[in-house]
Design a protein. Structure first.
Length: 294
């Protein structure tokens, strides 16, 4: 059986001065051409001469057939942008060079995006991707995150390291975040007035002058994940103005605080406001302080 060998252009996808290109599985002369001679030219021997930067298509003609390969010359430049999304942030690296940006999606395996993510009090975490975008999780209230980017081409050439700082955006303001419990298990507001346990609520409302995008459905808090100091995590309803205190602090936990605490002992809870698809919108700290007398 005779097996037909495929023919293609052989050579680096990142073009440099003097790079050699050939046509596989052929004999005889080959006609070469560059789609943009202001970026690179190629002679009859398949030798590349660099004139500028950008993306060009090399074509080879042989035996009445035409073959092509897109190559990149030089390193594209990027700027970083970040957008707040439910669950965290999306960071995009946008190419600012016209001679590159319309063609990069067709250059598979030519560029690697080396992302670094630095959360407060943590080491930088590096990860490589083949796409110029990254999603990172929201991990805390008013948390500043630094995202780094280094672009590496197929020859190992690296771009200048750049970064962008991200600060989490509070969508809601909360009322009744710091509550008190006395020796009889009675609940009190921040101003030390009594608060009926069965109807008490952590009220949430939109922050003043918030951009309109945050009033869309994906930013509406429908449930709340409650992270607790001494029991399992729970998810409770957050509609009708916010979660009920009795759902944040069930009766058995209230009894525990009443019976096992010393004066001014503080119990810290963290609420994560979630949207309809259970993606995090915002972290809200809540404290319950035990006092023997008010």
């Amino acid at each position: 059986m005779i097996q037909r060998l495929s023919t293609s252009i052989v050579g680096p996808k990142v073009g440099t001065n003097g790079a050699k290109y050939s046509l596989s599985n052929t004999m005889g002369s080959v006609g070469w051409n560059s789609s943009n001679t202001s970026i690179a030219t190629i002679n009859s021997s398949g030798i590349l001469t660099v004139k500028g930067t950008g993306v060009v298509t090399l074509t080879a003609k042989h035996g009445g057939n035409t073959y092509s390969q897109m190559i990149m010359v030089g390193m594209p430049r990027y700027i970083l942008t970040a957008s707040h999304e439910p669950g965290g942030y999306e960071i995009n690296a946008e190419c600012i060079d016209n001679q590159f940006k319309d063609y990069l999606s067709n250059l598979n395996g030519v560029l690697t995006y080396n992302w670094g993510v630095k959360y407060p009090s943590r080491e930088i975490r590096w990860l490589e991707a083949d796409v110029p975008s990254l999603k990172i999780d929201l991990r805390g209230q008013n948390e500043k995150v630094i995202v780094y980017l280094e672009v590496i081409d197929a020859l190992g050439n690296k771009s200048t390291l750049q970064h962008i700082e991200i600060n989490s955006q509070d969508v809601y303001v909360a009322e009744n975040q710091n509550l008190y419990i006395d020796a009889q298990g009675v609940l009190y507001k921040e101003n030390k007035t009594k608060y009926l346990y069965n109807s008490a609520r952590l009220y949430i409302s939109y922050r003043a002058n918030i951009p309109d995008k945050y009033k869309e459905r994906e930013w509406m808090a429908t449930t709340t994940m409650v992270l607790k100091p001494f029991s399992v995590t729970s998810v409770v309803d957050a509609r009708s103005g916010g979660p009920l205190i009795k759902n944040i602090l069930p009766q058995d936990e209230l009894d525990y605080i009443k019976n096992n605490s010393i004066n001014n002992q503080v119990y810290r809870y963290t609420l994560i406001l979630l949207n309809y698809s259970s993606r995090a919108i915002q972290f809200v700290p809540v404290t319950f302080t035990y006092v023997t007398n008010i």
